[in-house]
Structure formats: C-alpha cells, structure tokens
Design a protein around this ligand. Structure first.
Ligand SMILES: [Zn+2]
Length: 264
C-alpha cells in the first residue's frame, strides 16, 4: 500500500476516532436520559399515576354469538352487542385510571363449543369463570341489558351475590354512581341475585345498564353518547368504592364447582 493508502488509513482512523467519540457522547447522553427515565418511572410507581393501579378488573360482556340475550322491544337489537360496546368503553376508562383489565370476550361469540357435551350456556359461563380465575382478577364487572314483560320498568339495576357484603358494597357504589350520572326516572337500590359470574370469591357486580323492554330507555341505550355515560358511571362507581373509607368486608368464598361437568 502506498502513501495515498496510508493517508486514507489515517483519515479513516481519524474518522473512526471521531465517530467513536460521537457514539460515546451519544451513549453517555442516552445513558443519562435512560437513568432519568428510570428515576421518573420509580417516582411514578410510588406516586401512583392512576388510582386503580395494581388492580385487575375482569370486565365481562354478557352473552355473545348464538346467545343474543335480551332484545330491544322496538329495534330488535340484541343486548350482546350493546354489552360489548359498554364493556369496551369501561375497559378504556379503567385502563386510563391505571387498572389492568381482563375481558372475558372481545367479539361477537360465546365461549362454548358448537356442540358441547354439556349445556352451551354452562360451558360458556365455566370458560368465562376460568379466564377470570386464571388472570387473578380482584374485581368482576359483568355488563348486561335488562328486559321485563311490563314495558314501564326502567332504570339501571346493579346486582351482587346474595349475602356477600363485599359485593353489596361494590354494587351499591356503582348503583349510586349510575343514579347520579344517568339521572334515571326510577332510582333502584342494588339487589342480591343468583348469578354464576358473581360467585368467584372476589367483589363482583352484575350491571343491568337499562331496560331494552322500555321504549325510552331502549332509545337511549342505542345511542353511543349515552353508552359512554353509562360506562363513565360504572367506572365512577368503582372509583367511589375503591376510595371508601374503612375496612372492606371480605367476599364470600368462591363456589366450589368441582363436581360440575366440565364438558372438556
Ligand atoms: Zn343479559
């Protein structure tokens, strides 16, 4: 190699040196900002950016697939799609408050096989329950729309597991927030009910957002803006419950269903 080559090598060496220096500076700067970001993260962890941080909420959109649930008296719209829409809104709002969310379904389907060896509804419920257990949810919110033979019944109605004081407190907070947020013409108290999804051993509430059998309420529930208000009220109820002073009652233990046919 001649002198030209040597010179090239020198230039190349200088270039390499400059590049290395730049890289080093960049690395140092990056390291510095990475450390700062870390420190900020640490600060956030202790300052709790959302009031629901550390809480896993199971959001269960009722029905789905073959099982449409209640049907709008005038529109014929089944509750399954409205449930999923409200559930998704609740999911988004909960995440914004720092919660982890487990959705039992994210589309229009039931969680059962086409021809299971047990009742389809039972397999669907078993799989929802298994999902919630697997994700170790701290709270269960099941979203539904109501219907009744008489058309005059209206207003949101929240259920808790019968005799479960923990669920009663949660359902009561949500019922209160829905009355406050939605201003229904009829104010209902939270009620005890016998529902599969409420028996998993954690504070649980089943929210009937309104009556699809009532003409006026059906019209409201078909509106996106109203469903957003419904979701906001539900999440507000959970926040109210979360910040309740004093010790919360322990939920009743999960119902042992080991003797139930699994159909697996
Ligand atoms: Zn339902």
């Amino acid at each position: 190699m001649g002198r030209k080559g040597d010179r090239t090598r020198v230039y190349a060496g200088m270039l390499l040196g400059v590049t290395a220096l730049c890289t080093l500076t960049l690395l140092l700067a990056a390291g510095d900002s990475a450390i700062r970001a870390f420190a900020q993260q640490g600060a956030q962890a202790t300052a709790a950016p959302g009031p629901l941080r550390g809480m896993t909420v199971a959001v269960d959109a009722g029905h789905g697939g073959y099982d449409g649930g209640a049907v709008g008296r005038v529109s014929g719209v089944p509750e399954k799609g409205l449930n999923l829409d409200v559930a998704r809104r609740v999911e988004r709002l909960l995440r914004a408050q720092g919660a982890d969310v487990v959705m039992t379904r994210t589309g229009d389907y039931a969680l059962c096989d086409e021809n299971p060896p047990i009742r389809r509804k039972l397999q669907d419920m078993q799989r929802r329950a298994a999902l919630i257990r697997m994700n170790e949810a701290d709270v269960v919110l099941s979203i539904h729309m109501n219907e009744y033979a008489g058309r005059s019944e209206s207003g949101p109605q929240v259920f808790y597991r019968e005799q479960c004081q923990a669920g009663r407190l949660l359902a009561g907070a949500i019922q209160g927030a829905m009355i406050e947020g939605l201003k229904p013409s009829k104010n209902r108290p939270a009620l005890g009910g016998d529902y599969y999804i409420l028996t998993l051993g954690v504070p649980s509430a089943l929210v009937e957002c309104g009556f699809l059998s009532n003409r006026e309420e059906e019209q409201k529930l078909l509106q996106e803006a109203y469903r957003e208000q419904v979701a906001q009220s539900i999440v507000q109820g959970l926040l109210d419950w979360q910040t309740l002073n004093g010790e919360k009652p322990e939920p009743l233990p999960a119902v042992d269903r080991s003797d139930e046919p699994t159909g697996e």
